[in-house]
Design a protein around this ligand. Structure first.
Ligand SMILES: Cc1cc2nc3c(=O)[nH]c(=O)nc-3n(C[C@H](O)[C@H](O)[C@H](O)COP(=O)(O)O)c2cc1C
Length: 187
């Protein structure tokens, strides 16, 4: 029941498991190794600034710290980052593909709301999920393996299953800034 602009429901979700998941992971790892990226939407870390940059820096430091990776340890960093392409060892991935409308801002909002509903329903069923835009860097590879037409774009996938409480990625909580910093009240 995710809401969307004009109830267009701009999503077609592909759920991948079993042998096909292994095939998908291998294809993405290979494309990554070859530097063969094909994102549908641009991304540049340098666009973050001020408090956004601070939060991103804190997230990176905490995430890589949990895997025991020091700053400057390129190999360790790659290994931890590559977990994205192994779906963090989850048994399933859901990829909500979306049509492209104009500058895609509205459809991006729709697909984000869909993704959050998906995550909440996983939680309601005792499951957990990891949204991953890292997968969006390999949109062509993923479309090819799943036989998805070029007109459907992808921004992220959500790896899901029962959470492993001992996984390094689950050993920290990032939290959020207090409402006093993120909400402005008017009356
Ligand atoms: C749209 C979206 C894309 C994300 N992409 C990735 C990703 O590619 N890899 C990853 O490890 N985490 C990814 N995350 C997870 C965020 O890093 C995480 O939500 C954030 O750091 C806050 O942590 P928490 O959700 O555990 O509280 C993504 C989250 C969102 C909403």
């Amino acid at each position: 029941m995710a809401p969307s602009n004009c109830n267009t429901q701009p999503w077609e979700t592909h759920v991948v498991s079993g042998d096909k998941l292994k095939i998908l992971s291998e294809a993405i790892l290979k494309a990554n190794e070859a530097g063969n990226i094909s994102p549908d939407f641009s991304f540049d870390l340098d666009h973050y600034y001020g408090r956004f940059k601070e939060r991103q820096f804190h997230q990176g430091k905490t995430f890589y710290g949990a895997f025991g990776v020091e700053r400057g340890d390129k190999e360790g960093r790659n290994e931890a980052a590559n977990l994205n392409y192994k779906f963090f060892n989850a048994p399933h991935i859901a990829i909500p593909f979306m049509p492209s409308f104009g500058d895609n801002v509205r459809v991006g909002g729709d697909i984000g709301m869909y993704g959050q509903n998906f995550l909440l329903s996983l939680t309601a069923h005792g499951l957990s999920g990891i949204p991953q835009t890292a997968l969006g860097f390999f949109a062509d590879t993923i479309r090819e393996i799943l036989n998805v037409p070029d007109e459907l774009k992808m921004l992220f996938g959500i790896s899901f299953g029962y959470a492993d409480p001992h996984a390094p990625g689950n050993s920290f909580k990032l939290g959020r800034d207090p409402l006093s910093r993120t909400v402005v009240y008017h009356q």
